[in-house]
Design a protein. Structure first.
Length: 185
């Protein structure tokens, strides 16, 4: 089975694992209440750990946002012996996060609900239009939008430092030429 439908979610919940997929993947498209569609080659639910592991070309889509990785793991908080709200979401292996405005690529990404933070690491590349930013580790505080890109390289001229290539905004319409003076009769 490659797709987890609402019916399958209901059956899964009946087996004792409450993942609340909507809140678990709410950060896929933060301003959308659209359903989350998750697909993978395999789903492993480990009830006693409140863990669901989507593996094999895993993909979560919500509205116009998409998270792809080799594996996406959802870990819910355990309270009173039951699985509660989302604690962490981990994406590992060829991670891509794509929205209509930007694309981010990394080796891994971890969303931690307690501090509402996403940390992407390993060959991070952020592209927005023609602008590109590269580094080893990108941290984002979701609520504030504060982002920090880091690398281990230090010092001017050293390879592997944080690098951005930005193109200045240009008008999308060419400027009208100055009209030629009209000769007087």
């Amino acid at each position: 089975m490659n797709r987890l439908t609402a019916v399958t979610l209901a059956a899964w919940a009946a087996l004792g694992l409450t993942l609340s997929a909507g809140s678990a993947l709410a950060q896929i498209a933060p301003s959308s209440d659209a359903p989350v569609d998750v697909t993978a080659d395999r789903l492993e639910a480990i009830n006693e750990e409140c863990r669901a592991i989507w593996s094999g070309s895993a993909e979560a889509v919500q509205d116009q946002s998409r998270l792809r990785a080799n594996t996406i793991t959802l870990i819910n908080a355990k309270t009173a012996g039951r699985c509660g709200v989302l604690d962490r979401m981990e994406a590992v292996g060829e991670v891509f996060y794509v929205t209509p405005q930007q694309t981010v690529r990394s080796d891994s990404a971890i969303y931690t609900a307690a501090n509402d933070t996403i940390v992407m690491s390993g060959q991070v590349v952020v592209a927005q239009g023609t602008n590109v930013l590269r580094g080893d580790r990108l941290s984002i505080v979701v609520k504030t939008g504060k982002a920090t890109m880091e690398t281990g390289a230090k010092g001017r001229g050293k390879p592997g430092r944080v690098r951005g290539v930005f193109y200045p905004n240009k008008s999308s319409t060419p400027a009208a030429p100055n009209p030629a003076p009209v000769p007087k009769p």
